[in-house]
Unconditional design. Structure first.
Length: 193
């Protein structure tokens, strides 16, 4: 477990319960302190760069508040072609997103950043996973949207909620699609030792 190796507090700059659960795979104790970064202000040339810039902004935002900690920022986006699908604004928007993903392959990109607030050292990267969605009947999409669950998720879905019904195949890191590529994160944490 990571905390035992470093004796530093680990701070997750995210309110995502999914990220917190995934982080427990490598860290015994985690402090959750969500960043208030406005992602709409971030400009980038590519979806990958956007995800990394957002993760870095979140980690920097929280690094100001913790003196001797490892701050983890993450940002997960769904990309169809070159279009970033963020969190839906409402149920109608969620329905539109899911209909656009149905029967197609998209990318899930998570930018991750770790900052050691004691030294100022930082490490950042991104992970890409390809997801092929089945051609989902409209009534299945509508039922999922009506549940309200897609409203707080990039691309309007949580893989762990829809996998059997919606997903044909995944190429890459499953944890990345949930919201935190744990293996790559561990490598970044190790690089700051």
């Amino acid at each position: 477990m990571y905390n035992q190796k470093t004796m530093k507090k680990i701070v997750l700059a995210s309110a995502s319960p999914r990220r917190r659960q995934l982080l427990k795979k490598i860290a015994r104790s985690v402090t959750v302190s969500p960043s208030r970064v406005d992602e709409t202000r971030i400009k980038a040339q590519s979806p990958e760069t956007f995800a990394v810039k957002a993760a870095l902004a979140k980690a920097r935002d929280m690094a100001k508040h913790f003196k001797k900690a490892l701050i983890i920022g993450a940002d997960t986006i769904v990309v169809l072609g070159q279009k970033i699908l963020g969190k839906p604004k409402d149920k109608q928007h969620a329905l539109k997103m899911l209909k656009s993903l149905s029967g197609r392959t998209h990318k899930v990109i998570t930018g991750i950043c770790v900052i050691d607030s004691a030294t100022g050292k930082a490490a950042a990267d991104f992970v890409v996973t390809k997801v092929k969605m089945k051609k989902v009947p409209l009534k299945e999409i509508q039922a999922y949207v009506e549940s309200g669950r897609p409203l707080d998720k990039a691309g309007a879905y949580g893989i762990q909620e829809i996998e059997e019904i919606f997903i044909d195949r995944i190429e890459g890191d499953y944890d990345n699609v949930v919201g935190l590529p744990v293996l790559r994160l561990k490598e970044l944490l190790d690089s700051l030792k």
